[in-house]
Design a protein around this ligand. Structure first.
Ligand code: 0L1
Ligand code: MG
Length: 261
């Protein structure tokens, strides 16, 4: 049986407060084992509604758990999505404060910038036709759950751990670029910590974009022109600490950096 509206609102407040105050919480399914994936996506949307009431705006979406490495790390088999707000956007080269996070990690990603609204069940080619440009991106994920103990349903309710992202220069048009097998190298303080290929992002980043649009269609939603979409990580997530300089280089797309203080 789905959770009642009151319980959904209560749990949306719990995850929203945890993200706002950086206070880790016990996974929601511990007290609500009956929670479904659909409930979790509703909780995610209700927690976004709370952010919007506080003045934030949704600037895009992210795909999560897209690589085999990440799926194995999480012991799951399907990708998920989350919402990105303007408060999560960081300029390329930004300095972030480690103390503003619970247990932050970074992921090596690609991002799409949409040129048109798009909604419905689409394939990769159609999804790409609504894209203006593409860029290298670092995502910061920061699960709000204590000791990283959570199920897939908990992660979805917690907006897929979304916390921050920075993108490099946007290259256009995306359709003219070969995106299927770009080398991706993530370094911390000049030392390579993860290497991968864009092929690891659901086999092709455009497949990830199409999967997102198709999942959103289940709720009669779509993407809007101008939104940014993080296609998902090509590698495992890496913990960051004060003093770290994180750099991601992507073949032909260029690089993006973050500094942790
Ligand atoms: O971006 C993602 O791949 C979602 C990660 C969610 C789980 C985690 O916090 O590791
Ligand atoms: Mg990610």
């Amino acid at each position: 049986m789905p959770l009642s509206n009151d319980t959904i609102e209560e749990l949306a407040t719990v995850v929203d407060d945890a993200a706002r105050h950086k206070e880790p919480i016990v996974m929601l399914t511990a007290d609500h084992p009956e929670m479904t994936l659909d409930d979790a996506y509703t909780i995610q949307r209700r927690s976004m509604a709370r952010r919007i009431e506080r003045g934030e705006s949704v600037v895009g979406m992210k795909m999560g758990l897209t690589s085999t490495a990440k799926m194995e790390q999480m012991n799951v088999h399907n990708p998920i999505y989350g919402h990105l707000t303007d408060s999560m956007m960081l300029p390329d080269g930004a300095t972030i404060d480690r103390h503003n996070y619970c247990h932050p990690r970074v992921e090596a990603e690609l991002a799409f910038v949409m040129s048109e609204d798009i909604q419905g069940e689409v394939g990769p080619r159609q999804a790409l036709s609504a894209v203006e440009g593409v860029c290298a991106a670092i995502e910061i994920i920061d699960s709000r759950y204590k000791d990283f103990e959570f199920t897939l349903i908990d992660v979805v309710a917690d907006n897929a751990s979304s916390t921050g992202f920075a993108v490099g220069p946007v290259l256009k048009p995306a359709q003219a670029l070969e995106l299927g097998n770009l080398g991706m190298v993530m370094s911390i303080n000049g030392e390579v910590v993860e290497t991968g290929s864009s092929a690891a992002i659901l086999e092709h980043p455009a497949r990830s974009l199409a999967a997102l649009i198709t999942m959103l269609a289940e709720r009669d939603e779509g993407l809007r022109a101008g939104q940014t979409v993080l296609a998902g990580s090509a590698t495992k997530a890496v913990h960051i600490n004060s003093g770290d300089r994180v750099e991601l280089d992507v073949d032909t797309l260029g690089s993006v950096q973050l500094q942790v203080q």
